[in-house]
Each structure stands twice: as C-alpha cells, then as structure tokens.
Design a protein around this ligand. Structure first.
Ligand SMILES: [Zn+2]
Length: 91
C-alpha cells in the first residue's frame, strides 16, 4: 500500500467546489454538514471560505452600485488564482 500521501489536498480541491455552492445555499443538507465539518477542521479551507464570502459580498455590493466591470473582473481573477493555488498544492 503506497498510501502515505496526504490526501487532504485533493480533498480540499473537492471541498472548494462545494464551498462555492455552500455560500450560495445550493447544497443539500448532508453536503452542508460535510462542508461545515471540513471547514471546522481545515484552516486553509476556512480562509478560502472567508475569502469567497467576502468576494461575493463585494461583487453583490458593487453590482447594486452599478459596478465597474473592471472590479468584477479583478475579483473573478482573484477567485481563479485561489482555485489554481488549491489545485496546484498537491505536492
Ligand atoms: Zn480543506
């Protein structure tokens, strides 16, 4: 068994997908519980969750204020960067 690699990176990448839906309240109850549990025990994911939530709030606010699309582009870019960070931290 070559199972010594920490599986958490892959797991976190999975959860990151879910976190997005979690923030949007689009997860089933069971999945919400799993995400909350993971956030409880995984600090990096909790930070990403906070970041996502903040970004979302910023986007929502700027939409309401007739956002410059430039800002939204920046936010989206940042989100993508976070995503890339997560998927590339496996080693
Ligand atoms: Zn995690």
């Amino acid at each position: 068994m070559n199972d010594r690699q920490d599986p958490s990176a892959a797991e976190c990448a999975d959860f990151f997908e879910q976190i997005v839906f979690f923030i949007d309240n689009e997860l089933a109850e069971a999945d919400c519980t799993a995400v909350r549990k993971h956030l409880d025990s995984c600090n990096p994911c909790l930070e990403k969750y906070d970041l996502q939530r903040t970004m979302k709030a910023v986007v929502a606010r700027s939409c309401a204020e007739h956002a410059p699309s430039e800002l939204r582009d920046k936010v989206m870019l940042r989100l993508q960067q976070v995503r890339v960070e997560i998927t590339t931290t496996e080693g």
